[in-house]
Design a protein around this ligand. Structure first.
Ligand code: PSV
Ligand code: MN
Length: 386
């Protein structure tokens, strides 16, 4: 196989998971702008996700968020997905939208609240059993706002205890992905603020616990690709929540704010052997002012472009330049790949997969947006928090 053929073959195996909540209405704490045709229930979210997969060919799974996607029959929901060529992906827990969680969930000072939070996580594993999902994605809003508010160290003990109980409940082929975020909604301390804390807990828990890197959850200037390289080296990179940030956790389209950073991350993924199904490539985004389905298609394409560029890096030339201390030469090898226009290559890949070369144009021409705007009237649109 030529090198280009190998790159194309790799791109055809790519899988980007889209989040159910990105199909619903969302906004900021100031305003949620409703859009016509937005899904009213989890099945309609899957119908939209199926369109993203139909036109990109590389978005075969959908992450659910519980309770936002709560249904009576998860087996039936999984079947609904399968009938549309999809599978259900990570189950995201929610321990941040209940009044009881004001002072935290599994780190809360009151054992009764901790019990409630752990029970919710265990319920999420039950749901995974029913949907066939492999990953439980955990993000905790836990933390404190004021120095002295709670015992920071004891909160870590409570966290470890709660996680251990959930870990024990995981099946052989199930994982727990622990997400970190440096601040918000807590502003003084956050109980899982960084990759080091997540890594320490995952290490203690065992091989089924891994770290998930949400690209929006870092302080400005953080070298995310270094974190990715380190976690991969330690066998602890479980996956990504991709999105873009300009300021904090903006949840904008991945690759929009800083496509170069996304390329650098994907290069470390490829370099570290992480371009495999063992690493979950998920989107975690909100489309507040742009049309949702084309925005998700665009996001998937942005990940594809960064991946294609990362795969095109001449690794031999790079290693040779690095070994000989050729600073500028090594940098040039990387930049050559980044500066390659991979859009023609991806158009070819899509055509070889039997797809339209231009997924967004094909979606816009499909009439789906008009159809859902006309049909989805009445009922309550899904939204962030519902
Ligand atoms: C938190 O900001 C987060 O990134 C977590 O992944 C949540 O599951 C997701 O957003 C949706 O609230
Ligand atoms: Mn996230």
């Amino acid at each position: 196989m030529t090198e280009l053929a190998a790159v194309k073959a790799a791109l055809k195996t790519q899988a980007v998971e889209t989040p159910s909540w990105a199909y619903g209405n969302s906004g900021t704490r100031f305003k949620v702008f409703a859009q016509p045709g937005v899904p009213r229930n989890p099945r309609e979210k899957l119908d939209d996700a199926a369109k993203v997969h139909e036109f990109t060919g590389v978005a075969p799974t959908v992450a659910l968020h519980i309770p936002w996607d709560k249904v009576d029959d998860y087996g039936a929901l999984a079947k609904h997905a399968e009938e549309r060529g999809l599978k259900l992906g990570a189950i995201n827990s929610n321990t941040f939208q209940d009044d009881d969680y004001k002072l935290g969930s599994i780190c809360h000072p009151d054992a009764a609240v901790r019990r409630k939070a752990v029970d919710h996580l265990l319920e999420c594993v039950d749901i995974m059993d029913a949907t066939g999902s492999k990953d439980l994605k955990l993000w905790f809003a836990d933390g404190t706002n004021y120095p002295g508010q709670d015992d920071v160290r004891e909160r870590q003990d409570r966290l470890a205890e709660g996680l251990a109980e959930v870990y024990e409940r995981l099946g052989d082929d199930q994982r727990m992905l622990l997400e970190y975020k440096f601040f918000e909604p807590a502003f003084y301390t956050t109980d899982v603020p960084d990759w080091g804390t997540a890594y320490a807990h995952c290490l203690k828990l065992g091989p089924k616990a891994q770290v998930v890197v949400d690209t929006g959850h870092h302080a400005p200037g953080t070298n995310i690709e270094f974190i990715v390289a380190t976690l991969l080296r330690e066998g602890k990179l479980g996956g990504f929540d991709f999105n873009s940030r300009f300021y904090a956790d903006d949840d904008l389209m991945v690759g929009a704010a800083d496509p170069f950073q996304l390329f650098r991350i994907m290069y470390e993924v490829v370099r570290g052997g992480g371009f495999t199904p063992d690493v979950a490539f998920m989107l975690d985004q909100c489309h507040n002012i742009e049309a949702k389905i084309p925005a998700i298609i665009r996001s998937v394409m942005n990940v594809q472009e960064a991946t294609a560029k990362a795969l095109l890096v001449d690794r031999e030339a790079l290693a040779a330049a690095q070994r000989s201390g050729d600073v500028l030469g090594a940098n040039a090898v990387l930049m050559d790949a980044y500066n390659t226009d991979v859009r023609p290559l991806l158009r070819e890949v899509r055509e070889e997969m039997g797809l339209d070369a231009d997924p967004i144009a094909a979606y816009l021409a499909s009439g789906w947006a008009e159809k859902i705007a006309e049909e989805r009237v009445g009922g309550q649109q899904a939204g962030w928090g519902a």
